[in-house]
Design a protein around this ligand. Structure first.
Ligand SMILES: C[S@@+](CC[C@H](N)C(=O)[O-])C[C@H]1O[C@@H](n2cnc3c(N)ncnc32)[C@H](O)[C@@H]1O
Length: 214
């Protein structure tokens, strides 16, 4: 399992991809994060964990702009190190989405931006999100999906089977197209970013979803 994660991480460490995406490594950047956070109306000082935080841009933003007690973990030592060089005061650590370093029900919110679809054990990760969130805590997910299949319905079913109620779903496929175009203009291909069947399949799309722990 760990080797699969490492393979996926290395793709996200690619210099070309990093040059195109900047400090965030996903379609939409911080604008989509803002949208999710605005919907949840977290109290000041809210305890948030960004799972698969990459180089920590979201954590930095949540702390500096809102004063949230935000922290991040990622499987990639290189990306965590990059974030700490940029801002040594950030609480970023190497860690796996499948085993969160959190005491039970300690978090007001979990963010998982462009990560769930690449995990080899997404159900284990959803169980970890549920264990770590306080009752009615928020899960903010953004990720790729295949608009040509029942991907969305499958995800909603998985969430509901794991103790979550979906409270927001938005399609943001335009942001995925924009990133693909920028990769092509930089001399790469969308394959630099797309490593899941959701992306190589029929109709790649991108979503923002918010769910609450029931
Ligand atoms: C598309 S990048 C998104 C990074 C970050 N969320 C962002 O939006 O900038 C996917 C991230 O998931 C991380 N990742 C992959 N497998 C992981 C795992 N099992 N546990 C934690 N992070 C993982 C990768 O290292 C990479 O940083």
């Amino acid at each position: 399992m760990r080797s699969a994660s490492l393979r996926t991480s290395r793709g996200f460490e690619s210099p070309l991809l990093r040059a195109v995406t900047g400090t965030t490594i996903r379609p939409g950047g911080l604008a989509l994060t803002e949208r999710g956070v605005a919907f949840c109306r977290f109290p000041s000082g809210a305890r948030l964990l960004d799972v698969g935080c990459g180089a920590g841009a979201t954590v930095e933003h949540l702390r500096s702009r809102y004063g949230f007690a935000a922290a991040g973990i990622d499987i990639s030592r290189l990306l965590i190190a990059e974030g700490l060089v940029r801002n040594p005061s950030l609480p970023l650590a190497e860690g796996a989405a499948e085993a969160l370093p959190v005491q039970g029900e300690a978090l007001d919110g979990v963010l998982c931006e462009c990560v769930l679809s690449i995990l080899s054990e997404p159900l284990r990760t959803l169980a970890e999100f549920h264990r770590s969130l306080r009752p009615a805590g928020y899960l903010i997910l953004s990720d790729m999906y295949d608009r040509g299949t029942a991907d969305r319905e499958q995800l909603e079913t998985r969430l509901s089977e794991n103790g979550f109620a979906v409270v927001l779903w938005e399609d943001h496929t335009g942001l995925l197209k924009e990133l693909a175009a920028r990769l092509i203009l930089a001399g790469g291909t969308p394959a630099e970013f797309c490593c899941t069947t959701a992306c190589t399949g029929g109709r790649p799309g991108y979503y923002l979803m918010i769910a609450r722990k029931t």
